[in-house]
Design a protein around this ligand. Structure first.
Ligand code: TYD
Length: 213
């Protein structure tokens, strides 16, 4: 049976990851793989309700972090683990790195508390921690992201934050990458759509070669 694969996509709001996730899904489907496309916060009916709350209601920083992890717990149990057990490819638009970047970096919430919550929520029966095997980080200067977002739809609670907030989120992603360099691939999202797409393709094929070697 084919082994399940778990890939996450990260970056500040406006970095442009969504288009590329769809293309990656297409690539895997063309290769004959079953793909589960999902997102965080969200991915199950309950987690989508939690998403509505965290993206639109003002709340205390700990409440926000706990709701992100509560949504993740449901998502893992209902969607991600069963898909990986079937041998599917799980492509997730954001995962725990977003909590470290947004709640840890952006909000300044205690990094070590997030480490504890991660351990509690993502632990597997054998004691290992569930993590994406590959995380594609679309890295972009917050000022460029803000320009891209200016023409987009009505902003949610995070999208309406100032550039300073996103600079701190970006620093959170960089810190997370430095802590777990093995699974992170950073892509320069300031490039054209096609150039970013080509980089995503290269990252994936290099990674597939490494993991199947
Ligand atoms: P996003 O993924 O950008 O979705 P859309 O493309 O529909 O706007 O929105 C999710 C927002 O939630 C984004 O601003 C980042 C934020 N977020 C956190 O703050 N912490 C988390 O743990 C996750 C998963 C997301």
């Amino acid at each position: 049976m084919t082994r399940g694969l778990f890939i996450s996509f990260e970056g500040i709001d406006g970095a442009g990851k969504s288009t590329h996730i769809d293309r990656v899904a297409q690539l895997f489907r063309e290769a004959g793989r079953a793909v589960v496309l999902s997102r965080e916060p969200g991915g199950t009916p309950l987690s989508e309700k939690l998403r509505e709350l965290v993206l639109h209601e003002p709340m205390d920083a700990l409440t926000e972090a706990l709701l992100m992890f509560a949504a993740r717990r449901e998502h893992l149990g209902q969607v991600i683990e069963p898909a990986l057990a079937r041998g599917d490819v799980v492509l997730c638009d954001r995962f725990t790195d977003a909590t470290f970047a947004y709640q840890g970096g952006g909000r300044g919430f205690d990094w070590q508390v997030l480490v504890q919550l991660e351990r509690m929520v993502q632990v597997l029966p054998d004691g290992a921690l569930r993590q994406p095997e590959l995380t594609i980080w679309f890295d972009l200067d917050p000022h460029i992201a803000a320009q891209r977002l200016a023409s987009a739809r009505v902003p949610d609670k995070f999208e309406s934050q100032p550039a300073d907030f996103f600079a701190a989120v970006r620093a959170g992603y960089a810190k997370r990458q430095s802590e777990m360099p093995g699974r992170f691939a950073r892509i320069d999202a300031a490039q054209s759509l096609d150039a970013v797409g080509a980089d995503v393709g290269r990252v994936l094929s290099d990674w597939m070669k490494r993991t199947t070697a």
